[in-house]
Ligand binder design. Structure first.
Ligand code: BGC
Length: 779
């Protein structure tokens, strides 16, 4: 009885105290002190989402329809709910909002893979700026993007959401995006931290990765993005790394991200991730989403001593620091009127710079004197703007290629159009949407219809040119299969062959457009068409952008940020993807180690169909011999090169700086991308000088035994290229003394013996799935 009275007294004092106190920048500790335990517990959890609500019968706070979630509000302490919304290629909210009397459409921008192909940091910043504006004006506080995992294997369902196979370009692109978004008093959230490269069993899969591959490939991009942009939030991933869920791994979050990388933002879990929520709290995964079903568990854990209230307080402090930064807390006016027309322009420009011209025999493109077009393939009429899942965007309208061409007053053959439209309508009306495939995307996943030869004969008579669009889509929750995704179906190959034969017989050209989210096979069929234009999934303006490139109004300037292999089995992770056992993967062995993408193809002399950094233009560029500030490396070095447009029309060039390091103590990839830049639009004859600075970290590799980043003494080669294989100028410099650039925590060992690829051959050892216990870095 006595204890009850004391508790009541304490509670009433807390409430009385807090009656006056409202959250402001200087009083976070007082606010925490004024919270009841129950409030604390709810505060580290999101407000739940509809799925959770149905299950647990609690009502989520819905602030924006289509929100991913909201943070818990405590009005008596002046703490509002703040809103978190997806996703990487544009804001994802519903198009109908309470109290708003117009549709709240958002702009669909090119997917991350496409954006990386622009190699244009300023342009990606502008995309971020536009997404930030929509996030702000539509009343959200946090954009759950950019996503920035490494594209390790072409079959990964979420590749389209990710930038590249290379950590440097991934990190730099993500940073530009974050800086653009955060300009608007809203936050960006880089995700999914880390090594989330597999969708199969994504909530449990254990990625077994060497320390070096983690440091140099899978963590590095995140590290760069944090250094260059300081995102408000980091989302931990679903998977485990070396035996531990990322969301529960204190070593990863605290020792690496907080201490080594000096990150002071907020960690949020991915939606319903991990198994041990108390461990997530203790690891400093401060906010659990979508949350609130763990409340009872936390109350019990505090009572039985397995969770300390101080841990909650620590996590709450960081959530409050975030709340204070938000536009909702600052009560900034949101007008629900973003400039969608202006953003459509940004989206179109980004799409134009993202498209990569892969093949252009006899200068087929740009098209001259072309009046009538025969458009083949369902994707010519149903352009795939982006992938499925949380990364999709509710846009007003996405232009098809047909529309893009018609908009330029080009004539599109009507009987072909009717054939495909009939097919598209029948797919839409006959198929029941599944959880994985939303209605909007049904056609993307339907097989290519069989087109009778008579249509092709007729089209070849009437049209000046054939365009065949091959489309592919994918999304979160599942990975694709090589046989029905990477390779063309028989129907597609037959279509290609028949169209090429029929049109070529009449001396007419064939262009293939690839409307895809990541690499597919090109090597087996590229001899057939005259030109191949990689259009990617370039958002709602893809059709306009494509028409502008085909017509020559815009000169293509995109280059690949991911290699296109000759065949799927050439991919270094082909044998180990998605994991073992094959029927229900538990572990994924990253046996290729640091040799991901071009690092593998070039080091092991495996030819690609199109290499990393590749892309054609309608003009030509020459490179001057590069100038290097010093033949000896001290603490930095500058490199400059002048690029001249030697062709007849204006264009932009992507200049790439690769570094080839000496192989002395540790093995090294053949070369690595260290810097890049895109020129301005250069007129015929015009030049631009590009200058790069190279730092000690650019020379360094991660040395596992020492747990240090070391730049080893020796001769290094700077290689300036128009692609990773088209090196235009080289210079050697020397590092006299080995530099230990930094020493980091010796953590995150593989929990299972890993047979890692090495230039000395695969390191042999007993193949075992036994867990090596006793890695004592974890609590
Ligand atoms: C996805 C995240 C997304 C979240 C909220 C999760 O399933 O993995 O990328 O931000 O859902 O929609």
């Amino acid at each position: 009885m006595k204890r009850k009275i004391i508790t009541l007294l304490a509670l009433s004092t807390t409430l009385a105290l807090s009656a006056q106190i409202k959250l402001e920048a200087g009083n976070i500790d007082d606010i925490i002190a004024a919270m009841t335990l129950k409030e604390k517990v709810y505060f580290v959890l999101g407000v739940g989402d509809e799925g959770v609500w149905r299950h647990y019968k609690t009502k989520p706070a819905l602030i924006l329809r289509g929100q991913a979630c909201a943070t818990y509000g405590i009005p008596r302490l002046g703490i509002p709910n703040t809103v978190l919304t997806d996703g990487p290629a544009g804001l994802r909210i519903d198009t109908i909002q309470t109290g708003v009397n117009h549709r709240t459409y958002c702009t669909a921008f090119p997917t991350a893979t496409a954006l990386a192909s622009t190699w244009n940091k300023e342009l990606v910043y502008q995309v971020g700026d536009a997404i930030g504006e929509e996030t702000f004006r539509y009343g959200s506080d946090m954009l759950l993007g950019p996503a920035m995992n490494i594209q390790r294997n072409p079959l990964t369902g979420r590749n389209f959401e990710y930038y590249s196979e290379d950590p440097y370009i991934s990190g730099m692109m993500a940073a530009s995006m974050v800086n653009g978004i955060q300009k608007w008093n809203v936050g960006a959230c880089i995700k999914h931290f880390a090594a989330n490269n597999i969708e199969t069993n994504r909530r449990t899969i254990n990625a077994v990765i060497s320390q070096r591959a983690l440091r140099e490939i899978y963590l590095r991009g995140f590290q760069i993005a944090i250094e260059q942009s300081n995102p408000w939030m980091i989302m931990t991933s679903y998977n485990k790394i070396n035996g531990y869920y990322t969301a529960e791994n204190k070593v990863l979050l605290q020792d690496i991200v907080r201490k080594e990388w000096k990150y002071d933002g907020l960690f949020v879990s991915d939606w319903v991730s991990g198994e041990d929520f108390v461990a997530q709290m203790r690891a400093g995964n401060e906010l659990l989403m979508p949350g609130n079903y763990q409340a009872e568990l936390f109350m019990k854990a505090i009572k039985n001593g397995t969770l300390d209230e101080k841990t909650l307080d620590k996590n709450i402090k960081n959530i409050l620091k975030y709340i204070i930064k938000t536009s909702t807390f600052k009560n900034l006016h949101r007008d629900y009127q973003p400039d969608l027309d202006k953003h459509a322009d940004v989206s179109r420009q980004a799409a134009e710079e993202a498209m990569v011209l892969l093949q252009n025999k006899d200068n087929t493109l740009p098209l001259r004197n072309t009046k009538s077009y025969a458009l083949f393939g369902k994707s010519s009429y149903n352009f795939i703007a982006g992938g499925t899942g949380s990364g999709r965007v509710n846009y007003r309208h996405a232009t098809s290629i047909t529309e893009g061409l018609e908009n330029m007053h080009a004539k599109v053959l009507q009987n072909l159009s009717s054939f495909y439209q009939y097919y598209i309508d029948s797919v839409r009306s006959n198929t029941t949407p599944t959880l994985k495939i939303p209605t909007k995307n049904l056609v993307d996943f339907a097989p290519e219809p069989v087109l009778p030869q008579s249509y092709i004969n007729d089209a070849a008579q009437k049209a000046d040119i054939a365009i065949i669009t091959l489309g592919r889509n994918a999304g979160e929750l599942w990975d694709r299969e090589a046989k029905d995704y990477y390779y063309l179906s028989n129907t597609e190959t037959t279509l290609l062959k028949r169209v090429c034969d029929t049109f070529h017989a009449l001396n007419k050209k064939v262009v293939v457009v690839l409307n895809i989210g990541g690499p597919i096979d090109v090597a087996s069929w590229r001899h057939m068409p005259d030109a191949i234009l990689l259009a990617w999934q370039t958002g709602q303006e893809g059709g306009h952008a494509l028409a502008n490139i085909l017509s020559g109004k815009v000169n293509p300037s995109g280059k690949l940020a991911v290699s296109f292999p000759v065949k799927y089995s050439d991919v270094p992770s082909a044998n180990s993807f998605p994991g073992v056992p094959a029927e229900n993967p538990v572990n994924a062995f990253y046996e290729e180690g640091i040799y991901v993408g071009y690092r593998y193809y070039q080091t092991f002399n495996v030819k690609t169909a199109y290499e990393f950094g590749y892309g054609l233009s309608y003009t030509d560029f020459s490179y001057s011999p590069l100038k290097i500030s010093n033949g000896k490396f001290k603490d930095k070095l500058t490199v400059s090169v002048t690029v001249t447009n030697t062709g007849k029309i204006s264009g932009k060039e992507v200049v790439q700086l690769y570094l080839k390091a000496p192989v002395t103590t540790v093995e090294k990839p053949f070369q690595e991308l260290k810097r890049y830049a895109k020129t301005q639009l250069l007129k015929s004859g015009e030049s631009e000088t590009i200058e790069f600075t190279v730092n000690p970290m650019d020379l360094a590799s991660f040395w596992t035994g020492k747990s240090q980043w070391i730049a080893e003494k020796g001769m290094y080669e700077i290689r300036i290229g128009a692609s990773s294989e088209d090196i235009r100028s080289k210079a050697i410099f020397e590092l006299d003394n080995t530099i230990v650039v930094s020493e980091v925590n010796d953590v995150l060992y593989p929990n299972i013996k890993l047979h890692e690829l090495s230039t000395h051959g695969i390191i042999k050892g007993p193949k075992t799935n036994d867990i090596i216990l006793g890695d004592s870095d974890y609590e």
